[in-house]
Write a protein that binds this ligand. Sequence first.
Ligand code: ATP
Length: 134
Amino acid sequence: MKTTVVNIVTPDGPVYDSEVSMVIVKTVTGEMGILPGHIPTVAPLAVSAVRLKKDNSMDVVAVSGGFVEIRPDKVTILTPSAEVADQIDIARAKEAVKRAESRLQSKQDDIDFKRAELSLKRAMNRINVKEGNI
Ligand code: ATP
């Protein structure tokens, strides 16, 4: 079976490095399935799950946006943060949801709503990836 190397990298370092047979990403304009030999492309990613298909298994990584760079033999994802499903701390993500929701419901003027919205998106994405709702 043909494979492609996938690297997922954050400012804190590499999070994922493996050979896979297909990568499914969610770009800001929609879902994209990437097979080995894909034409070179760069696309911005949504806060979303990256699915990495192997022979008999599938890895899932939560990413908080960033970019995917596709080359025929290599896929690189550069993202502000990424967690492989088993590394996700669900209690922490649920706390982050609570915090973001209370900020979004707050009537105070000094609340940064955009920031709270983005934090809510990241936390919901982590929960969905951990619980397999993708
Ligand atoms: P929190 O408010 O819980 O810190 P956050 O969305 O602000 O969440 P980020 O700034 O996106 O966190 O990430 C900071 C670091 O913490 C990154 O290395 C990220 O991978 C890690 N991280 C954040 N939330 C979780 C989680 N629920 N489980 C595991 N790692 C997490």
